[in-house]
Ligand binder design. Sequence first.
Ligand SMILES: NC(=O)c1ccc[n+]([C@@H]2O[C@H](COP(=O)([O-])OP(=O)(O)OC[C@H]3O[C@@H](n4cnc5c(N)ncnc54)[C@H](OP(=O)(O)O)[C@@H]3O)[C@@H](O)[C@H]2O)c1
Length: 304
Amino acid sequence: MIKSDLIKNRLLVIGSNGMLGQRLVEYFSKDQKIELKCASAENESFIPGVDYTQLDIRQKNNVREIILDFFPDFVINAAAFTNVDKSESERETAWKINVTGVENIALYSWTIDAHLIHISTDYIFDGKNGPYSESDKPNPIGYYGRTKLAGENSIRTSGVRFTILRTNILYGPVRFGRPDFVKWVIDSLRSNKEIRIVTDQIGNPTFIDDIVASINKIIESKKEGIYNIAGKETLSRYDFTIRIAKYFGLDEKLIMPILTDELRQPAPRPLKSGLLTLKAETEIGFKPRPIESAFALIKKELDI
Ligand SMILES: NC(=O)c1ccc[n+]([C@@H]2O[C@H](COP(=O)([O-])OP(=O)(O)OC[C@H]3O[C@@H](n4cnc5c(N)ncnc54)[C@H](OP(=O)(O)O)[C@@H]3O)[C@@H](O)[C@H]2O)c1
């Protein structure tokens, strides 16, 4: 065996209990070439048996301590204040997590020359002219999008080696915490609950395992910059819901089409959105899975 075969990458996953974070942990904890450390807001790791430390990314000293102690080669930041509506009324909290917290992570990743992989969103765009490429001009219409854009900018100006992955509408086999959109639709329709789904929000729903695979490719290639990582098909949230119902054999009549305005949500939503993934496909070999094959994997993994 040559010496380089023995060298492991040290990987710190922050936000490891979140929807994306827990899937990253499941994947990288089985990777022989990775030495994994996990950190998130809760007392304990949702995934048992991993090296875990409770961390609030707003606390600069705690971020410093974990990064300087573990000395990772790569830091993945999957932690965020993700409640779009609450971001309007809890602005200070949203800013402190999505901007100040990200600044803290960027600062100490830069200090030790770690490569920071950060997750961002299509909500940095106004949704007037999607799908968007990496070079389109951001123009967030809600406070969540503003904080996520400011978080991106703080990384870009920090001097750290970084890759920002922008994504939209995550779904996948989520075992812990709140269910993803697909599981919520399945649970609602199976219990005969009528659901109102918007026909005027367009995007390309992203299978979580596709992001995990792209992060693995970033670790292998050390590619830096901004990449869109999103699903193969651009469609309305209503059409996506119909596809869920058809695949899982559920009653489509319970799905009521409505317009975003009718929901009267506190935060505005980008309507004609979604992300173009050509750059990631050509530069890192990103291959988004077809929707139904992602559903098949969810069905198998969660036995639903
Ligand atoms: N979900 C989507 O559809 C979507 C779409 C586009 C982009 N994104 C981006 O993708 C990333 C992952 O999203 P997700 O859906 O996996 O989010 P999530 O399920 O809400 O997970 C975020 C995790 O971060 C933790 N966290 C929150 N505040 C923290 C703090 N101060 N310190 C440490 N940990 C903290 C959360 O803990 P608590 O749950 O205890 O607060 C949670 O475990 C985020 O950057 C998000 O902006 C998500």
